[in-house]
Ligand binder design. Structure first.
Ligand code: GLC
Ligand code: GLC
Length: 642
C-alpha cells in the first residue's frame, strides 16, 4: 500500500524501505546516466537517500508532483556525478578535515582587484603560497548585470564568468592548479536570489508561468501579508523588500537590491535547478561553497522570514545532495544574524564552516571601548560548536560591520544595546571625539536609526587617521591593533580568513564616490585593488605595508608550529582586569593560553603567574610575579616544563 508523507516522516524504517524501492526502480536508468561513477554513486545513494528523502518530503511532501521532482533530482545527481573530474573524485574518498590544522589559513579576494583576471591570479599563486595561504575564496565572478551587480552577488548565469576575468574553462583550470598547489578554492553559492537578467528571470518577465513560480510575483495584498514583519537590508537603496514588475504590476520579492530576485524554494523545481547549479560549481573544482545570505532562503507570512526552520531543512537537503554527488564539498555559512541563530547553521550535516560575525564585531567593539566584558561573555556563550566543524574567523571582509551581538548579554553587563550600537557607529565613522577610526557609514535606516560601518582594516584600526595627523604614537597604536586582531583570529580556534589587501595594511579607497554605479554603496570603500608595487613591499620592512605583512607572517609561522592552535578546544577565561581577553586552547595534553591587552596602557593579569609560562611570540620565559602586559600586547603562553 502507498504510504503517506506523514507516515514516512514518522518512521525512519519506512523511509529506508521507500528509498530502496525508489533506487531499485530507477537504478538501470541512473546507472546509464552515471557512467563509470555508478558504483560509488550507488553506494552513497544507499546511505544517503533516506536522509535526502526525509528532508525532501518535509519540504515538498504536500506538493502534487513531489515524487516526480525527486526522480528529476536523482537524475541530476547521476548526471553531475558522471561529469565530476577524476581528481575531485579522488578527494571524495578522503576525510575533509583540512581546516583543523594549525597551518590552515584562508584568504578572500576579488579576482579583478587582486590580480586583474584568472591568468593574473595564476601568477599570484607564489605570493599566496609565500603568505601561507591554503584556502582561497574567489569573490563572485559570474556573469552579472552591468554596471551594478552588488559586487557580483546578482548572478545572471552560474555557468558563465564575467568576460573580463576569462572563461569558465579558464576558471576550472585555475582551480585545478590551486588544488595542485595545495590551495582549496572557494566559490560563492548565491542561492537566495538570481539577478533579474538570469534566463529564468527573463522567462518570468515574459510571462512564462513555470518560471514565474521560480520567484515571488505577489499581488499587493499578498505582499502586505509579508511586508510588515521584514527587516530592510539596504534601506538607503530602496525602502521595503519588494520591487514592482512593470508589465504585470505585481510585486517581486527583492530582499537586497531591486535587481536581485529572491528564489521561491517552496517550489521543488527551484531546489532541483539550484542543486544542479551547485554541483556544476563543485565539479569546476570548488572545495567549499560559501552559502550566501542563507538566512533568507525560506519565507513564511507572519514571520521575519529569516532563519526559519525550513531554511535549515533546505540547507541540509543541499548538503545531502553534496554528500551523494560531490562528497569532498563543504559548505560555509554566511549568516550575519543574531548569534543564537548563527550557530544553528553549523553542523556536519548542514554547514561545516561558518563565518564568525560575533567575534568579528566584538573584537572591534573591544578595541573601541578598551573593555572586553561583552566579548568575553558573548563568546563564553557562543563559541563552542560541533568538533567536526570550524569557525571562519575574520577581521574584515568585503561587506560592512554590523553590530550583531546578543542584547540580553549587553543588558546583563549594564550596557544599553541600542545606545552602544550608536556609539560604535559613531566611533568607527570617526565622529566620536578621540576615535582612531576612519570608517564610513553604511545603510543608515531613517526609521530605526540602524546603521553599519564600512572600511579597510588599516583605516578602521587607526592608520589612516594617524598618518593624516602625523602622529607617530597613534600610528604605533594602529599597528599594534592590527597585530592584536590578527593574533586573535590566528589563535582562538578555527580557520583564520584574511581579506586580501589587509595583510599589507591597505587603506580605504574613496574613488568609488566618483563611480555612479558604486557611489551609493559605501562597502566599495573596502574593496581595494592590490598592485604589483604594493605586493613587492611585502618582502622588506622599509614600508608600513612591509612591517604589517612581516608581523603577520611571524604570527602565521608561529601558529603553524603549534598544533594546539589547529584542532582542539577553546575555553574563554575570565580575569579581574577588564581590559584583558584570555582564552585557553587545549589539544590532548597540550595547552596554550592567549592573553590579549585591549588597551593602550600596560596591564597586569592576576590570574596567571609569570614564571610558569613561556611566551611563544617573543620566544621568552616570563619573569616572576603577576603577568605584565605592554600596551596592546598579545601573549601566547605555553606552560613551562617543570
Ligand atoms: C551577502 C554578500 C553581500 C551581498 C548580499 C546579497 O551578504 O556578502 O555582499 O550584498 O549577500 O547577495
Ligand atoms: C545584512 C545581511 C547579510 C549581508 C549584509 C550585506 O547584514 O544579513 O547577509 O551580508 O547585510 O550588507
Amino acid at each position: 500500500m502507498q504510504k503517506t508523507t506523514t507516515q514516512l516522516l514518522e518512521n525512519p524504517e519506512l523511509l529506508g524501505v521507500e528509498s530502496q524501492k525508489t533506487l531499485k526502480r530507477l537504478s538501470s536508468s541512473l546507472k546509464t546516466t552515471a557512467k563509470d561513477s555508478w558504483n560509488e554513486l550507488q553506494l552513497r545513494l544507499e546511505q544517503q537517500l533516506p536522509v535526502l528523502l526525509e528532508l525532501y518530503l518535509s519540504l515538498y511532501g504536500d506538493h502534487y508532483d513531489c515524487y516526480y521532482q525527486l526522480e528529476q533530482l536523482l537524475k541530476i545527481l547521476a548526471k553531475s556525478s558522471a561529469q565530476r573530474p577524476e581528481y575531485l573524485r579522488q578527494q571524495d574518498n578522503e576525510p575533509q578535515n583540512w581546516h583543523k590544522t594549525s597551518h590552515a589559513l584562508g584568504a578572500a579576494c576579488y579576482v579583478d582587484l587582486f590580480a586583474k583576471d584568472f591568468q593574473g591570479l595564476t601568477q599570484r599563486i607564489p605570493y599566496l603560497k609565500q603568505s601561507g595561504i591554503n584556502y582561497l575564496h574567489l569573490m563572485p565572478l559570474f556573469k552579472a548585470p552591468e554596471p551594478n551587480s552588488d559586487g557580483g552577488y546578482a548572478v545572471s548565469d552560474y555557468r558563465s564568468t564575467m568576460p573580463k576575468l576569462g572563461s569558465m574553462q579558464q576558471l576550472a583550470e585555475l582551480m585545478q592548479q590551486l588544488h595542485q598547489q595545495g590551495i582549496k578554492p572557494v566559490l560563492d553559492f548565491v542561492f537566495n536570489h538570481t539577478s533579474d537578467e538570469h534566463r529564468w528571470a527573463e522567462k518570468a518577465k515574459a510571462g512564462d508561468a513555470e518560471y514565474r513560480d521560480f520567484y515571488f510575483f505577489l499581488t499587493e495584498q499578498e505582499r502586505d501579508q509579508f511586508a510588515p514583519s521584514l527587516r530592510e537590508i539596504f534601506p538607503e537603496i530602496r525602502r521595503g523588500c519588494f520591487t514592482q514588475d512593470k508589465s504585470s504590476g505585481l510585486w517581486i520579492w527583492t530582499t537586497f537590491n531591486s535587481f536581485q530576485w529572491d528564489l521561491n524554494y517552496a517550489n521543488p523545481a527551484v531546489f532541483n535547478a539550484m542543486a544542479e547549479e551547485m554541483l556544476f560549481l563543485a565539479n569546476q573544482g570548488a572545495s567549499v561553497l560559501r552559502l550566501d545570505a542563507l538566512a533568507f532562503v525560506w519565507k513564511q507570512a507572519g514571520t521575519n522570514c529569516e532563519n526559519l526552520p525550513q531554511a535549515h531543512t533546505l540547507i541540509k537537503a543541499f548538503n545531502a545532495v553534496a554528500r551523494i554527488a560531490a562528497p569532498a564539498l563543504q559548505f560555509k555559512s554566511e549568516a550575519i544574524v543574531h548569534p543564537d541563530e548563527v550557530v544553528k547553521y553549523i553542523a556536519p550535516e548542514e554547514c561545516q564552516l561558518s563565518y564568525n560575525p560575533l567575534l568579528m564585531a566584538l573584537l572591534w567593539e573591544s578595541l573601541a571601548t578598551r573593555k572586553t566584558s561583552l566579548l568575553t561573555e558573548s563568546l563564553r556563550k557562543r563559541f563552542a560548536i560541533d568538533p567536526h566543524c570550524s569557525w571562519v574567523n575574520y577581521i574584515r571582509c568585503h561587506d560592512d560591520i554590523g553590530w550583531t551581538f546578543d542584547d540580553n548579554i549587553a543588558w546583563q553587563l549594564g550596557i544599553n544595546p541600542d545606545h552602544h550600537r550608536q556609539f560604535l557607529n559613531q566611533f568607527y565613522t570617526g565622529q566620536f571625539a578621540g576615535s582612531f577610526a576612519s570608517g564610513v557609514p553604511f545603510q543608515q535606516n531613517p526609521v530605526t536609526g540602524d546603521c553599519r560601518v564600512a572600511g579597510m582594516l588599516a583605516s578602521l584600526a587607526g592608520v589612516e587617521k594617524a598618518e593624516i595627523d602625523k602622529n607617530p604614537t597613534h600610528l604605533q597604536h594602529a599597528l599594534q591593533r592590527i597585530y592584536l586582531l590578527n593574533a586573535v583570529i590566528l589563535s582562538i580556534g578555527g580557520l583564520p580568513l584574511l581579506y586580501m589587501g589587509d595583510e599589507l595594511g591597505l587603506k580605504n579607497d574613496y574613488s568609488y564616490l566618483l563611480d555612479p554605479a558604486k557611489k551609493d554603496d559605501s562597502r566599495w570603500v573596502n574593496r581595494v585593488a592590490v598592485t604589483d608595487k604594493q605586493l613587492a613591499q611585502a618582502t622588506t620592512t622599509d614600508s608600513l605595508s612591509g612591517q604589517i605583512y612581516q608581523q603577520l607572517q611571524q604570527l602565521i609561522q608561529t601558529r603553524a608550529s603549534l598544533p594546539v592552535l589547529g584542532s582542539g578546544t577553546t575555553e574563554i577565561l575570565q580575569d579581574h582586569n577588564p581590559h584583558l581577553f584570555i582564552y585557553q586552547r587545549q589539544l590532548d595534553d597540550k595547552r596554550l593560553v592567549a592573553v590579549v591587552n585591549f588597551s593602550e596602557h600596560p596591564q597586569h593579569c592576576e590570574s596567571l603567574s609569570g614564571p610558569l609560562w613561556f611566551d611563544e611570540l617573543t620566544v621568552q620565559k616570563l619573569p616572576a610575579g603577576p603577568l605584565q602586559l605592554l600596551p596592546y600586547q598579545v601573549l601566547w603562553l605555553s606552560p613551562r616544563p617543570e
